[in-house]
Design a protein around this ligand. Structure first.
Ligand SMILES: C[S@@+](CC[C@H](N)C(=O)[O-])C[C@H]1O[C@@H](n2cnc3c(N)ncnc32)[C@H](O)[C@@H]1O
Length: 241
């Protein structure tokens, strides 16, 4: 093989391995491959992600947005207020608002109810690498990098709602992904589920995460055949029905 051809294959491989670097690479992958039209972002902040998302229709929710854009529909309110009034459906919902497990679990269940058929939920900050980054104190968010304990909501979903395909891409602080089975009605956030989830969050610890991070979060990376894992999950579900 010529040196040139060898280099070109190597570069293609490198590009493939680096397929996802940032949260919006993953978002745009789903927009492209599933031909999504409607995008909802919970917590838009400076709009860094919103401006890069390639979806035709973009809706944002943030009680204190740092940027507005005439091309987006922006709701200046909390996610709870938005979902309470919402009647729309979205192909992809990106949860990146208040990073506490008790809020994130509500955002997940509200998103499941607002998800269009064949839709996907993504969650930022799902894989904190240090204990400090996951301290449950929203005030720390202002001080710099803060992932919060979003990870606890991911662990809870994986343990208690195994019908939902749930993984975390280990890029850009961890990007959680939840894909429900199209044929199932969305699970409801009943008072029983809420009580159970809040107890779970009290009991699951940083040491638990450190001991079994890969399995608890369902970590995947750019080398993982993620679509294959999803297909296997679906076939297992279909066989169990
Ligand atoms: C980390 S920033 C979002 C960054 C943005 N998604 C991005 O990727 O560029 C988090 C945002 O969530 C907003 N936020 C805080 N509490 C919220 C809530 N209850 N509902 C919705 N957004 C909230 C904050 O105002 C802040 O702008």
């Amino acid at each position: 093989m010529s040196q040139r051809k060898h280099a070109s294959i190597w570069f293609r491989g490198l590009r493939h391995r680096r397929r996802f670097k940032k949260r919006y690479d993953i978002i745009n992958y789903f927009v492209r491959t599933r031909q999504y039209k409607t995008y909802l972002e919970i917590g838009t902040g400076t709009g860094r992600c919103m401006e890069r998302v390639t979806c035709a229709s973009k809706t944002g929710v943030d009680p204190a947005p740092k940027r507005k854009d005439p091309d987006w529909t922006l709701h200046q309110m909390t996610s709870d207020e938005f979902f309470h009034a919402n009647t729309g459906k979205f192909d992809l919902i990106f949860i990146d608002g208040l990073h506490t497990s008790d809020q994130v679990i509500k955002d997940i269940f509200n998103s499941l109810a607002a998800l269009a058929a064949n839709g996907v939920i993504l969650l930022h900050d799902s894989n904190p690498l240090t204990e400090e980054m996951q301290v449950k104190d929203p005030q720390l968010a202002a001080a710099g990098q803060w992932n919060g304990d979003v990870w606890k909501a991911i662990v809870y979903i994986r343990k208690c709602f195994p019908a939902l395909f749930c993984r975390v891409f280990s890029v850009d602080q961890g990007v959680g992904i939840i894909i429900p089975d199209e044929d199932d009605p969305p699970p409801a956030y009943t008072p029983e589920v809420e009580k159970h989830a809040l107890e779970f969050f009290e009991n699951v610890t940083w040491d638990d995460l450190q001991e079994d991070r890969r399995n608890l979060l369902g970590l995947v990376d750019n080398q993982t055949d993620f679509e294959g894992e999803f297909r296997r999950h679906q076939s297992k579900r279909n066989r169990a029905k």
